[in-house]
Design a protein around this ligand. Structure first.
Ligand code: 3PG
Length: 408
């Protein structure tokens, strides 16, 4: 992991924050229980507290997205407001609006020390599209709301790879700085990347397949992935590409992603490792089998022990390990084995270690392994992309804002 991303951004320490109205973009995109629609992991809400503590004398307007339009996790932010209020022990005002009159009035009425949480920013259609920074600055969201703010604080590292209006637009027209999470992530990752040694082992699970495929190629091309050990849904996609899973799995854009995985395997035949055995759910019971023994309709919920042994050996020989995304349906006790075993292998290796994503962060905590890891981040896709050496849109927006601010 060679080249450093030298980052020159402003931080909260560069501004007099007293009495200022601040737009704070955080990432409170939390796992949501599909049955109850309750928040099932609050880690990303907890993370907002450090920056909020630094903004105690300001009037703070928090914006975040939650889920994607049309998926199970796409809900309003009212529950987040309650969780944050409990965790921080301060009143959190909440408005069921993003850019309309209700939101604008709520912002205008803020007093010093107040915190207001806006509703899910993706309720505003614009926030679901990628823009150039210049065009993001012209969106209705940014033109309407920026008039009410003195400063933009960007702290949503997990969504730093999105060029949505709230992430790159406000920073074009307002003074902008990094919040505490972004400041720390970038500093730590930058330090780690300068000392990181080969072989680089990437353990990749998770479900956002198109994002993952794009990042894998860049990681390999940039010398950051000598071995890619695949788990979770992305592992299944590669097993279909190898024709080891025969029937369609019913995932979005399946043929397209399988074709991409197929061409990656062809291009880099020695890099990828896929599971040899797995566990499926049979009437609530865990049943382990070789991948070749799977029947039509069997759903893979976890890795089997042979795969864990095989992957653990590669992890033990690594100079740097990056693990992102659970290895299976780890929320179900019966199927948490693979995720927990791989995390243990990572924690006990001699390598420099990075653990990424909300699910793995939670699993690490549950197992008391936090102190054995060099860097832990709730970011998933953004962190994978950062490690490829790509300049993330949010970081670029912050750097450009710093240049503009200093040249004034
Ligand atoms: C994440 O959890 O990866 C971020 O919140 C970004 O979410 P998105 O992939 O829906 O943009």
């Amino acid at each position: 992991m060679g080249n450093r991303q030298i980052v020159k951004v402003l931080t909260l320490d560069d501004f007099d924050l007293k009495g200022k109205t601040v737009f704070l973009r955080v990432d409170m995109n939390c796992p949501i229980d599909p049955n109850t629609l309750e928040i099932s992991g609050t880690r990303r809400i907890e993370e907002a507290i450090e920056t909020l503590d630094s903004l105690k004398e300001a009037k703070v307007v928090i914006g975040s997205h939650q889920g994607r339009v049309g998926n199970n996790e796409y809900i309003g932010m009212d529950k987040h407001a309650k969780v944050l209020e409990k965790l921080i022990g301060r009143k959190i005002k909440y408005v069921e609006d993003t850019i309309g009159e209700a939101a604008q009035n709520a912002i205008k009425n803020l007093q010093e020390g107040d915190i207001l949480l806006l509703d899910n920013l993706r309720l505003c259609a614009e926030e679901n599209y990628e823009f150039t920074p210049e065009n993001a600055a012209k969106t209705i969201m940014v033109t309407r709301l920026s008039k009410l703010f003195d400063l933009c604080v960007l702290d949503s590292f997990p969504s730093a790879h999105r060029s949505h209006p709230s992430i790159v637009g406000f920073a074009q027209v307002l003074p902008a700085c990094a919040g505490r999470i972004v400041e720390r992530e970038v500093r730590n990752l930058d330090e780690i990347m300068t000392v990181a040694k080969a072989p680089h082992v990437i353990v990749l699970g998770g479900s956002k397949i198109p994002d993952r495929l794009e990042a894998i190629k860049l990681l390999i091309q940039n010398g950051r992935a000598d071995h890619v050990l695949l788990t979770g849904l992305i592992g299944n996609v590669f097993m279909r590409a190898q024709a080891r899973i025969k029937s369609p799995m019913g995932i979005k854009r399946e043929e397209e992603v399988v074709a991409k995985a197929h061409s990656l395997i062809g291009e880099y035949p020695d890099v990828f490792a896929t599971p040899v055995d797995i566990a499926i759910d049979k009437d609530g019971e865990r049943v382990e089998m070789d991948v070749r023994e799977m029947g039509k309709g069997d759903k893979i919920y976890d890795l089997g022990p042979k795969t864990v042994e095989y992957y653990s050996k590669l992890i033990a020989g690594a100079g740097t390990v990056f693990i992102s995304g659970p290895a299976g349906y780890f929320e179900k006790e019966n199927f948490s084995y693979g995720t927990n075993a791989l995390l243990n292998a990572v924690a006990n290796s001699m390598a420099t270690t990075i653990v990424s994503g909300g699910h793995l962060t939670t699993a690490l905590r549950q197992q008391g392994l936090v102190d054995k890891i060099n860097h832990i981040s709730t970011a998933g896709g953004a962190l994978v992309l950062y490690l490829t050496g790509t300049k993330l849109p949010m970081i670029k927006a912050l750097e450009d804002a710093a240049i503009r601010y200093k040249s004034k």
